[in-house]
Design a protein around this ligand. Structure first.
Ligand code: ZN
Length: 361
């Protein structure tokens, strides 16, 4: 700007002089700019997201330190909790959520699930879902099998419960005596979308957090959430609506009902038992709009015995005793003519298929 008053011939000469003078410091100057930009912008996620995971908590001797250290370093992580630990430390489960962490299911007892019966596996997963839901208000969408051991029986139960199975791409080996430096080095291998296994248990693992944060920043990677639909690390807001339907985790994309319907149409509801075991069962209810679009729905029924719902997804429950009333969530109330949505539940008691009444609004 200042040289706009300098005659053109002199300007060209000045530029050559300046270029020569600047050439020697150019590389150093660029390096300085890059460094300060990195330090100043903690949120350059241009290279993508990785999933930090901490298993086996919550743990009274470690979880608070872990959460404080993650927060201090601007990191969010997924905590795969053992159900029994969650039951014994519900306030730590809430602290995980309050600290911005995502909470996953890591079975009730940390058994070798592939050696258990189908009903034992069911119980391991369900009890953990219920306990975490009671502590936090929402049931996990992610499941990590203990020891990474899985098979088709386990996978089918995960699917029935609306859980996405998450293993890992990088094992920090913290469980196997890895040093803090080795844990940091392992995290240094993470690429966009990948997930690292760590544990809510070891001082070495907590001590690695500041260097893991620095390493990710230096590579323009950020700590993200694990997508319940793809199982890959994504941006924290990339998850979509809150409650996946267990039979089809992708379905809760908001059902488009774009124009307000001219008037309330009718609806029908049908219940199907998808699984049952001693003392419990799981059912799906499909709600279908009639010949005109609807804005919301409520399904009611009466249990023939002492059944009670312990877990519900894709709908909101009210009512008490044997009378049940389930209305739509915000994202699945609107249905076009003849369109349908499904909610599901797990209940205690003997499987039953009562008569349903659907009212539309
Ligand atoms: Zn574990």
């Amino acid at each position: 700007m200042a040289d706009s008053t300098v005659p053109t011939a002199r300007r060209a000469g000045l530029r050559r002089t300046l270029a020569t003078a600047l050439a020697g410091v150019l590389t150093a100057a660029l390096a300085t700019v890059t460094l300060s930009a990195t330090a100043a912008q903690a949120a350059d996620c241009s290279a993508g997201y990785v999933g930090l995971t901490y298993d086996d908590g919550p743990n009274p001797s470690n979880t608070t330190n872990l959460l404080n250290t993650l927060k201090a370093n601007g990191l969010r992580a997924t905590m795969f909790n053992i159900g029994q630990n969650a039951q014994n430390n519900p306030s730590l489960v809430r602290a995980q959520v309050d600290a911005g962490m995502w909470v996953g299911n890591h079975s009730w007892t940390h058994s070798h699930l592939t050696q258990l019966s189908s009903s034992q596996i069911q119980s391991e997963l369900q009890q953990t879902q219920q306990t975490i839901q009671q502590a936090t208000g929402s049931a996990p969408k992610l499941f990590r099998p203990p020891y990474g051991e899985t098979n088709s029986t386990l996978k089918s139960i995960e699917q029935q419960l609306g859980l996405k199975e998450i293993i890992w791409d990088v094992d920090s080996q913290d469980w196997n005596g890895a040093s803090t430096a080795q844990i940091v080095q392992a995290a240094g291998q993470l690429q966009n979308g990948q997930i690292i296994l760590m544990h809510d248990q070891y001082a070495t693992t907590v001590a690695a957090i500041p260097q893991i944060a620095a390493n990710l920043r230096s590579r323009n990677l950020c700590a993200g959430m694990i997508s319940p639909s793809t199982g890959r690390a994504v941006a924290p807001d990339g998850g979509g609506p809150v409650s996946p339907s267990p039979s089809n985790p992708q379905s809760p994309s908001p059902t488009p009902t774009l124009t307000p319907p001219p008037g309330p149409g009718g609806c029908t509801a049908t219940m199907q038992t998808v699984n049952s075991w001693t003392g419990g069962f799981q059912s799906n209810v499909t709600v279908r709009a009639g010949s005109s679009a609807i804005r919301g729905w409520t399904v009611t029924w009466s249990w023939p015995g002492s059944q009670s719902i312990s877990q519900l997804w894709g709908g909101l429950q009210s009512g008490s005793g044997s009378s049940v009333s389930v209305r739509n969530e915000s994202w699945n109330g609107g249905l076009g003519a003849s369109a349908s949505t499904t909610f599901g539940f797990v209940a205690n008691g003997t499987a039953a298929t009562p008569t349903l009444t659907c009212s539309a609004s």
